[in-house]
Design a protein around this ligand. Sequence first.
Ligand SMILES: *[C@@H]1O[C@H](CO)[C@@H](O)[C@H](O)[C@H]1NC(C)=O
Ligand SMILES: *[C@@H]1O[C@H](CO)[C@@H](O)[C@H](O)[C@H]1NC(C)=O
Ligand SMILES: *[C@@H]1O[C@H](CO)[C@@H](O)[C@H](O)[C@H]1NC(C)=O
Length: 668
Amino acid sequence: MIMTQHCFGACYSSKCLYCVQIVHLLLLATLLGSSVIQVECLNFGYPNFTKQNEVDFITTENAYISFNAIQVTSLAGDLISNLSGRIWYRHPFKLWSRRKNITASFNSTFVLSLIPQTHPWGEGLAFILTKEIGYIPENSQGQWLGVVNSSTNGSTQSNVVAIEFDTRKSFSEDIDDNHVGVDVNSIYSIEQASLYGHGVILPSGQDITARVQYDGELKTLAIFVFMSNATGNNNSSPIISMPLDLSKYLSEYVYLGFSASTGQYTEVNCIKAWNFTSTDIDDPVHLLWMYLAIVIPIALIIGFFFFLCWRRKTNEKQIQEDPMVVLQIKDSATAPQKFRLKELKCATGNFDPKNMLGKGGCGIVYKGLLSNKEVAVKRFSKDSSQGKPDFIAEITTIGNLHHKNLVKLFGWCYESNELLLVYEFMPNGSLDKHIFSSNFQDKGGSSSTLSWERRHTIICGVARVLDYLHNGCEKRVLHRDIKASNIMLDSDFNARLGDFGLARTIRVGGETHHSTKVIAGTPGYMAPESFHVGRATVETDVYAFGVLLLEIACGRKPGNHRIIDWVWELYKMEKITKAMDVRLKGDFEEEQAVYVLKLGLACCHPNPYQRPSMRIALQVLTGEVAPPPIPSEKPAFMWPANTPSSNEHLGNTLTGGQLTPITTLSGR
Ligand SMILES: *[C@@H]1O[C@H](CO)[C@@H](O)[C@H](O)[C@H]1NC(C)=O
Ligand SMILES: *[C@@H]1O[C@H](CO)[C@@H](O)[C@H](O)[C@H]1NC(C)=O
Ligand SMILES: *[C@@H]1O[C@H](CO)[C@@H](O)[C@H](O)[C@H]1NC(C)=O
């Protein structure tokens, strides 16, 4: 489902693209058709093996390409005892045809090098033909050469024929520790021959060339083995030559490869070169059918494409129902990706309540799966009047911001009156779930509270991102709705600020972009002056941050400013650490905790001019400066507030003039 939507995503920008697509598809069909013809007769050659060749092979554990060779059972230096491994050429080989009753002929020539690592050496390597790919029997190390194991030995279900190059006499049936053998579904060789009489020592570490030659007409197998550097014609007569009907033991299509093993005794088992040639046992009529079987579905797919593109064009008209929305979003410099409603419906199981992650003021958040990536999809409620402005605010603000403590916005969708935003998925949910619930289930399943260390990291993360929003980016951004449920936690429990529905951009020192004067935010987090000024300021964000600090440290909900009064009271009695969350069981660094609590109180100062800037707050948290001094009695809220000049102490030393005089922000 997702797949088709992706390819058709590429086809809609211009009419001409359709034609290009179709031509591509026809070409592809022809290519596929002709590759079918080639697939039947398999030929390949590797004078050596490089990392680039890795894609041509399928390997099991322990087998890989390294030092220009296939290492079937790892390299020396690794722990190489008691290993087995297999490697195959990725494409199947048509060995025989039941219908036509013919068998292919083939030559498999390879250079092997077996380098002993122990004395005596062991165990050996085999050229294999198997029905399956990517599978090796368990416990096939040691004497089993990766061919079978004690339970599959002798079973016709093994579907394996192996030409073994055995370097250990591990069974009484083995003639010696340097022989070739032919094994059918078993480790027992139906034919074997010692190499000592032929001037070949397998585990000499030198290059040895072997050729497995099969004649499909005569149904005979011949095996040649000689030292690669040998001169003369010692390679003219086979070491083993025997009748063998492979079609009796193997499936019509087989995979070709190598297996090897080590035991208590070890050696490096490697293949340095491999050449394979085979005869063609094709049936042209059969191929024609294959060809049609490919072309017809492709024609159908093309038709389907036309249909989808036509549908999309009709949809397109619907999307543009409110050009203002699209325009405002496009206006923002790096607008995130636009998604299709269908894609998002598909990703969330049609907004299945089972996939619901949470419910917010302006909509519901669902978990979804887009191209195998977990995402969170926020669906704005249709009846909320705030929906559209919040939606636009969110895309145009966070879509343009990049900070590791921000939730990433991947994209958006506005279709059929549905407003949707797609975010990075946060596996640990929102902070409030962790700090306000006494029995939150940790990933490991054990009931646990967030440790102080994690809480401190979260606090620092929030401070960092707020400092970035207030002072670090080109246009100052006010979040306006900082609270525990808007702080998300990623897989490492790092804080990620989310929900920019209420956020507003302000050009530093300049005019504002948006100028709604609605008082927004969440009760308990709103600074007392908000109701008088009637708009958000940098200081109101700092206030909400202060409340958040106290919540995180105390593990309590803010209530209507009661948490501030309570902590301030404890501070006055010089018992501020009593405010710490009891669930921490005293497991926190006292000095750090006191800093955080004092900073929380300083940020919640009733007089906005007395609150530190986010820059200062961050410096307090990183230990660069001490927390601002706070009066032992919570000052009463006064409006209009005293301006900084009436308090030399704070205005000069602490904030360094960073407090924003309200007048520079001319409304929102
Ligand atoms: C493996 O199976 C063969 C029969 O195919 C049998 O002759 C041989 O003894 C078995 N070997 C072991 C070690 O079980
Ligand atoms: C390998 O297996 C053999 C037999 O099971 C065992 O005796 C030996 O200790 C193993 N060697 C290593 C290094 O694991
Ligand atoms: C295999 O090699 C032999 C000897 O070089 C040759 O006669 C035969 O045609 C080859 N067969 C294939 C299928 O390549």
